[in-house]
Design a protein around this ligand. Structure first.
Ligand SMILES: NC(=O)c1ccc[n+]([C@@H]2O[C@H](COP(=O)([O-])OP(=O)(O)OC[C@H]3O[C@@H](n4cnc5c(N)ncnc54)[C@H](O)[C@@H]3O)[C@@H](O)[C@H]2O)c1
Length: 247
């Protein structure tokens, strides 16, 4: 750990639990003031209290434009955003035959439109304050693997990678870098409570490095991308899955 993010304000969406919570912990350990945002308001508060220090909880549903506007009004009070981590997401397990329009729209609205809404507001605030910014979006290696039972999710995560590539080009002139991270299967709170929990043995067989993916494996990479060490990296998708897929 270091103080390499001292003086920075970071927002992590969906940080009440799982990978988002681990990212918030890691960015705080590196010295950032961390805004923990989640639709689960009580969980977000508990995560912020557990981190202590400069962590602040602000409840918000990333798919609700008004909630996102209110979230950034709060962040402005802390000096404005430097680092955005788009992590909030619904992780479904649903066979294609059960995917209807309502499911499709729900997943796209949270996992892709939510990423758009928060990134829209964050990059506006970064530029208004003349800040060199970082946008890091959590996609998924399911986009490369074509994982079953997640069609709408995989489509949304591919959209996040597309957005990352396009925004890097437009925002580079403002010293804002835009990157994505694609985790493999990670033993998060959400996964532990879902049928994905049964996939670890199969996934480990496909990994080059053996073991069970943990939230900290992703948090450490996000902290690097958020730091000055990653200033020359933009528009990239960093796959973090112990070598399961190559792209
Ligand atoms: N766990 C994995 O195996 C894995 C693999 C690849 C990618 N990912 C991605 O990593 C990220 C975190 O996944 P996780 O496994 O920790 O999930 P999780 O289900 O444990 O946590 C997700 C968090 O997001 C919050 N959230 C859901 N909808 C929201 C909304 N509309 N607005 C704000 N917050 C909302 C939830 O309340 C929860 O706290 C997600 O983007 C997920 O797609 C996870």
């Amino acid at each position: 750990m270091s103080e390499r993010l001292a003086g920075k304000v970071a927002l992590v969406t969906g940080a009440a639990q799982g990978i988002g919570k681990a990212i918030a912990e890691r960015l705080a350990a590196d010295g950032a003031t961390v805004i923990i945002s989640d639709v689960n308001t009580d969980g977000g508060k508990a995560a912020a209290e557990a981190i202590g220090g400069k962590a602040v909880a602000v409840g918000a549903d990333v798919s609700d434009p008004e909630a996102v506007t209110a979230l950034f009004e709060e962040i402005a009070k802390h000096g404005g955003i430097d680092i955005l981590v788009n992590n909030a997401s619904i992780v479904p397990f649903i066979a294609w035959d059960d995917v209807d329009l309502a499911h499709w729209q729900k997943i796209i609205s949270v996992n892709l439109t939510g990423t758009f809404l928060v990134t829209r507001a964050a990059t506006d605030q970064m530029r208004a304050n003349g800040k060199a910014g970082r946008v890091i979006s959590i996609s998924s290696n399911t986009f490369f693997a074509g994982t079953p039972n997640m069609a709408a999710y995989v489509a949304a995560k591919g959209g996040v990678i597309g957005l990352t590539r396009a925004l890097a080009t437009e925002l580079g002139q403002h010293n804002i870098t835009v990157n994505a991270v694609t985790p493999g299967l990670i033993e998060s709170d959400g996964v532990k409570d879902s049928p994905h929990n049964n996939a670890f043995e199969f996934v480990e067989m496909l990994q080059a490095v053996k073991g069970k993916g943990q939230p900290a494996h992703i948090a450490d990479v996000v902290a690097f991308l958020a730091s000055d060490d990653a200033r020359w990296i933009t528009g990239q998708t960093l796959n973090v899955d112990a070598g399961m897929v190559r792209h």
